[in-house]
Design a binder for this molecule. Structure first.
Ligand SMILES: Nc1ncnc2c1ncn2[C@@H]1O[C@H](COP(=O)(O)OP(=O)(O)OP(=O)(O)O)[C@@H](O)[C@H]1O
Length: 467
C-alpha cells in the first residue's frame, strides 16, 4: 500500500489496542480529516482477529453513506485477506438477495436433512469476519436475514460518529447495542451490602477467550468511535455505552485543521457569485477541485447554469443524491481518473471521501458550522499533502466566518481577490445563461409534474393502500 510508518493517530490507537493499553478501554478518536483514521482502526482489528479459529462475524464497522462504506471496505480488503479474514459489506450496492448470499451460509440441514438440529443451531452462520455497513442495510439484515447475528461480535467501530449520532436511522444504534449486550452485562455490580461498585477494569481483560463462542464467558464488546469533529457532549456519547472511554485528541482546541491546509476567503456580491466561481476555477487551470454548495438544489442550479457557458476551460459535473446511484458512481470514478476536473455537490455527499491528488476545495456557500467547514475543506490537504480551500463570502458574512474559523486550531484565512476584468468579460454570457437556466428549470419542473400525473390511478391507490 506504499505505507512505511504509522501516522500519529494510528500509533496512538495501536498502543491502546494491541499495545500496552490492551483495549481495556473503549477508544474515542478526534483527529483531523485525512490523518489516517481508517487504518487506525482497521489495522488493530485485523491484527486482533488474525488468530481467530472459526469464521463468524466479529467486527462491525458502521458508516453513514454507501460511498464511504465502500471506501472503508477497500481498505479492509487490502489487509484482511492476507491473514485469512473475510470482509463483507451491507450497504445496498447490490440486491438484498446477493448481499444475503455473500453474508450468510445456507443452513447445513438443508443439505443434510439428518443432521442434528441442535448442532445446526450451534454453527456460526456468517460467512464474513468483518462487516462494513450502512445503518439502513444493517437493520434490514438484523430484521430479515436468517442466520445473520451479532452475538459473536467483539469489535464495533462507528466512523463519522457525530453524524451517525445525529441521525436515528430506524433506531439502529440502540438495536445494535442491545443485540451485543453480554450475558449478565445488564446486571449492576453490587457488593454484599448492596452498594454499587465500579466495573473493575480487570474483569474485562481479554485472556484469550473468544466472545460468546461455545458457551464460554463473554468479554465485553470493544468499541472505537471516531471523527474529525467528534462530539464531546456526554448526553450524546452516552448512547454509545462506552466502557471507561479514552479520548485520543490531536490538538489544543476541539477541532483541528490539517497542518498543510491553506484557507482563503473571497468576497463577492450575491448576483455575481457564479462568475467569481468561474474565474476562480479558470485560475486553478483544470486541477481537480470539489465545489460545495449548501443544498442539492443549489448544486443542480449551479451546474445547469455553468452548462450554458461555452468553452469553459474545465470539465465539470454535478454529484448529488438527486442523481441515480449508478450515475453518481460513474461520476466519482471519472473524477478520480481525472476525466472530470470539477465536481459540484454538498457536504452530505462527500463527507469522509478520499480522492487522490485533490488539491482544491471551494465552498460556494458559506458553511453553516465550523464542523461543516472542517469536513468540506478536509477533502484536500490529506495524508500530509498540501491543499487549499477557498470560501466565497458576501460582505455581511465575513465577520461570522472569521469568528467560526477561530473555533479550530491553526486556522488562519487570507483574502484572495479575483481580477475584476475577468468577471466583466463574462457578464454578457451570464445574462443569457441565466435566462436559459430559468427555462431549463421550468421545463424540468413541468416534466416532473407530468410524470407524476401519468402514474396510473390503480398504482396510486395501491400505494395509498400500502400506507
Ligand atoms: N501511515 C500512512 N502512511 C501514508 N499514507 C497513509 C497512512 N495512513 C493512511 N494513509 C493514507 O491517507 C489517506 C487518508 O486516510 P483516511 O481516509 O483514513 O483519513 P481520515 O482520517 O479517515 O479522513 P476523514 O476524517 O476525512 O474521513 C488515505 O489515502 C490513506 O491511504
Amino acid at each position: 500500500m506504499g505505507i512505511e510508518s504509522f501516522f500519529p493517530v494510528q500509533e496512538a490507537a495501536w498502543v491502546e489496542t494491541i499495545g500496552p493499553g490492551a483495549f481495556e478501554r473503549d477508544v474515542c478518536i478526534n483527529s483531523p480529516t485525512g490523518s489516517g483514521k481508517t487504518l487506525a482502526y482497521a489495522l488493530p482489528i485485523v491484527q486482533m482477529l488474525s488468530t481467530r479459529k472459526v469464521r463468524c462475524l466479529r467486527a462491525l464497522v458502521v458508516l453513514p453513506t454507501r460511498d464511504l462504506a465502500l471506501q472503508v471496505k477497500e481498505v479492509f480488503d487490502a489487509i484482511a485477506p492476507v491473514v485469512g479474514l473475510s470482509v463483507g459489506s451491507a450497504v445496498g450496492q447490490s440486491s438484498i438477495a446477493d448481499e444475503v448470499s455473500n453474508l450468510v451460509r445456507k443452513p447445513k440441514q438443508e443439505l443434510y436433512p439428518t443432521i442434528d438440529e441442535e448442532y445446526v443451531k450451534m454453527e456460526p452462520q456468517t460467512k464474513v469476519d468483518i462487516l462494513v455497513a450502512t445503518p439502513g442495510r444493517l437493520m434490514d439484515h438484523i430484521n430479515m436475514t436468517n442466520g445473520f447475528s451479532l452475538e459473536h461480535l467483539q469489535y464495533l467501530v462507528i466512523d463519522e460518529t457525530d453524524r451517525m449520532l445525529r441521525e436515528a436511522y430506524q433506531s439502529w444504534l440502540p438495536t445494535v447495542i442491545q443485540l451485543t449486550h453480554s450475558i449478565g452485562q445488564d446486571r449492576s455490580w453490587h457488593d454484599t451490602d448492596g452498594k454499587t461498585l465500579l466495573h473493575p477494569l480487570t474483569t474485562i481483560r481479554r485472556s484469550g477467550v473468544e466472545r460468546g463462542f461455545k458457551g464460554k464467558c463473554y468479554p465485553r464488546l470493544a468499541k472505537i468511535v471516531l471523527s474529525a469533529t467528534l462530539t464531546q457532549d456526554p448526553s450524546k456519547l452516552s448512547q454509545l455505552e462506552l466502557h471507561h472511554p479514552l479520548l485520543l485528541n490531536s490538538g489544543k482546541k476541539r477541532y483541528r485543521i490539517p497542518t498543510k491546509l491553506e484557507s482563503y476567503k473571497l468576497i463577492c456580491t450575491s448576483n455575481l457569485k457564479p462568475l467569481s466561481l468561474i474565474v476562480l476555477l479558470q485560475e486553478l487551470q483544470g486541477n481537480k477541485c470539489l465545489v460545495f454548495t449548501s443544498s442539492v438544489e443549489s448544486s443542480h442550479r449551479l451546474s445547469t447554469l455553468l452548462g450554458f457557458f461555452e468553452d469553459l476551460p474545465f470539465k465539470f459535473s454535478e454529484y448529488s443524491r438527486l442523481q441515480r446511484e449508478s450515475t453518481r458512481r460513474k461520476t466519482l470514478e471519472a473524477f478520480k481518473e481525472g476525466e472530470i476536473d470539477v465536481l459540484i455537490g454538498t457536504d452530505r455527499m462527500a463527507r469522509g471521501i478520499h480522492i487522490d491528488g485533490l488539491r482544491y476545495v471551494i465552498d460556494y456557500d458559506m458553511p453553516p458550522y465550523v464542523k461543516t467547514y472542517i469536513h468540506q475543506a478536509g477533502r484536500t490537504a490529506r495524508a500530509g499533502e498540501s491543499g487549499s480551500c477557498f470560501t466565497l463570502l458576501r460582505k455581511h458574512e465575513v465577520k461570522t466566518f472569521d469568528k467560526m474559523l477561530k473555533k479550530a486550531d491553526n486556522a488562519s484565512c487570507s483574502l484572495h481577490s479575483l481580477p475584476e476584468e475577468s468577471i466583466e468579460t463574462l457578464r454578457p454570457v451570464f445574462s443569457s445563461a441565466l435566462k436559459k437556466l430559468e427555462e431549463s428549470l421550468e421545463s424540468e419542473a413541468a416534466k416532473k409534474s407530468n410524470s407524476r400525473d401519468k402514474i396510473p390511478s390503480g398504482s396510486k391507490r395501491k400505494r395509498t393502500n400500502q400506507k
